[in-house]
Ligand binder design. Structure first.
Ligand code: FAD
Length: 451
């Protein structure tokens, strides 16, 4: 029987293993995971810190024992330290007793994920400075809040993890300052939409330090952080959360001579096979195709990790499967501010040499006369001339962000904005105005694209 070895036991790796265990060709499956958990939803971590999810164990979809019961030979606390392509083996170190072993493979799945970026800031290892990437991080932040009752926290980085942690800390009664080097939070949005997020954060009582770069941290005599040193002065802090983005874990692949793509992640084809036959990559460590720009892209999201892992699992077990690519759809929220985006922003369209027009329309989530609606702004980006929908962004209140899904379907299928504005979408006053805001934004973008 073919032996498939998987490196990494979370979304991508265990999706691949679980799918392969049900494949048309029987395969032997061996998984190495350096942590203690398998198949956990990192996406839920901010809600463990915020308290909506009372217990981190609820994030675990399937434990190592459950996987083993399904015939997958899972080894937690085992780190793969090298890949030998000539010998078709991986070197594995036990993090329990330090012993090493060599594991032969026929096929190898690299699903090593990504790691948080930790710049060499002064005193970054002081107490009270945390990333949020895996379950132990959420437990450590929760313990720090319980033990030290911080009054002031600084979140460094205004991406989606930073914003979700702003909400979590506010829910824990902690005053929050957001320090962001760029002039806007949510750099995946255009500046005009990012400014709406900034306004919402100020409304929530968050102190915003935009355009401010962190230089280091100032610990107290007990080694615990007291302040964040920035190029705009010191910001007092009893707790610091770093949300500076992630980098793909490519070291093992690169050292083995597996090609790294232009995005910096492991290059793959549509079957998620790397430059070396029989070596596959999926999830946050892997590159995929951006369907709108037509260029290789690295979009580190759980939604892709699960789908790519499934594709790999099918391919290693006798079925020919393809991953069709990404369009950069994402949603998040911070308290009552919802954010959605798909496709290319105006800035990304320009970087992809596309001639784009855009329209921003403000509206409400329900008919104006129906109680309980909330405001939203929708931006639609279209290609000048053809009117092809290139992307869309939403910033608004409750019920707004998931409207991005309809826009994403249009972007995915290369619909024009005019076609989208004519779509037969559901309407009733509790759900939307009769002309829902995305439809109006698309129609206006179409008029602009035709000029
Ligand atoms: P990972 O989940 O990082 O798993 C990789 C695994 O490989 C890890 O368990 C690691 O320990 C193991 N590993 C690495 N190297 C080795 C080695 N050498 N040997 C053995 N094991 C190794 N995505 C969304 O789509 N929506 C969201 O709302 C969302 N929210 C998020 C919130 C937070 C706080 C975080 C951190 C992430 C969020 N994501 C979200 C992203 C999503 O969690 C990731 O895209 C997804 O977990 C990637 O899965 P993966 O299997 O590729 O990598």
């Amino acid at each position: 029987m073919k032996r498939v070895v998987v490196i990494g036991g979370d979304a991508a790796g265990m999706s691949a293993a679980a799918q392969a265990s049900r494949g048309v060709e029987p395969v032997e499956l061996v998984v190495f995971e350096k942590g203690d958990y398998t198949s956990y939803a990192a996406c839920g971590l901010p809600y463990v810190v915020g308290g909506e999810v009372p217990d981190a164990d609820r994030l675990v979809a399937r434990s190592p024992e459950q996987h083993r019961a399904n015939g997958i030979d899972v080894h937690t606390a085992h780190e793969v330290t090298a890949i030998d392509l000539d010998g078709c083996t991986v070197t594995v170190r036990s993090l329990v007793d330090g012993t090493t072993l060599r594991q032969p493979f026929d096929d190898l799945v690299i699903a090593t994920g990504a790691s948080p970026i930790r710049p060499p800031f002064a005193n970054i290892d002081a107490g009270g400075i945390a990333d949020l990437h895996a379950i132990p991080d959420a437990l450590a932040i929760d313990a720090a809040i319980r033990d030290r009752s911080p009054r002031r926290a600084v979140v460094v980085g205004g991406g989606y993890i930073g914003l979700e942690m702003v909400e979590a800390l506010l829910r824990r009664g902690i005053a929050v300052t957001l320090v962001e080097k760029l002039a806007q939070p949510m750099a995946t949005l255009d500046a005009d939409m990012g400014a709406r997020v900034a306004d919402g954060l100020v409304r929530l009582g968050v102190e915003l330090r935009l355009g401010v770069g962190v230089e280091g941290f100032v610990p107290g005599a007990d080694g615990w952080v007291q302040a964040v040193a920035t190029d705009g002065g010191e910001v007092p802090a009893d707790l610091v959360i770093l949300g500076l983005g992630v980098r793909p874990n490519i070291r093992l692949a690169a050292e083995a001579g597996i090609a790294i793509g232009p995005s910096g992640a492991i290059a793959t084809d549509a079957r998620m096979e790397t430059s070396v036959p029989g070596i596959w990559a999926a999830g946050d460590c892997a590159e995929s195709l951006h369907r709108v720009s037509g260029r290789p892209a690295w979009v580190a999201l759980g939604t892709h990790a699960n789908k790519q892992g499934r594709v790999v699992g099918l391919n290693v077990s006798g079925t020919d499967a393809r991953f069709p690519g990404v369009i950069g759809t994402a949603v998040t929220k911070v308290a009552d501010i919802e954010i959605g985006r798909t496709g290319l922003s105006e800035r990304e369209a320009a970087a992809s040499d596309l001639d784009a027009v855009a329209e921003v329309i403000e509206g409400t989530s329900r008919a104006h006369y129906y109680p309980g609606g909330s405001p939203m702004a929708v931006k639609v980006v279209a290609e000048r001339g053809s009117g092809r929908m290139l992307g869309a962004q939403i910033v608004g209140g409750a019920e707004s962000a998931k409207r991005i899904d309809a826009l994403a379907v249009a972007v995915w299928n290369e619909m024009t904005v005019d076609e989208f504005s004519q779509l037969d979408l559901g309407y009733a006053p509790p759900f939307s105005p009769v002309w829902d805001t995305p439809l109006i934004a698309a129609r206006r973008a179409g008029e602009r694209a035709a000029r």
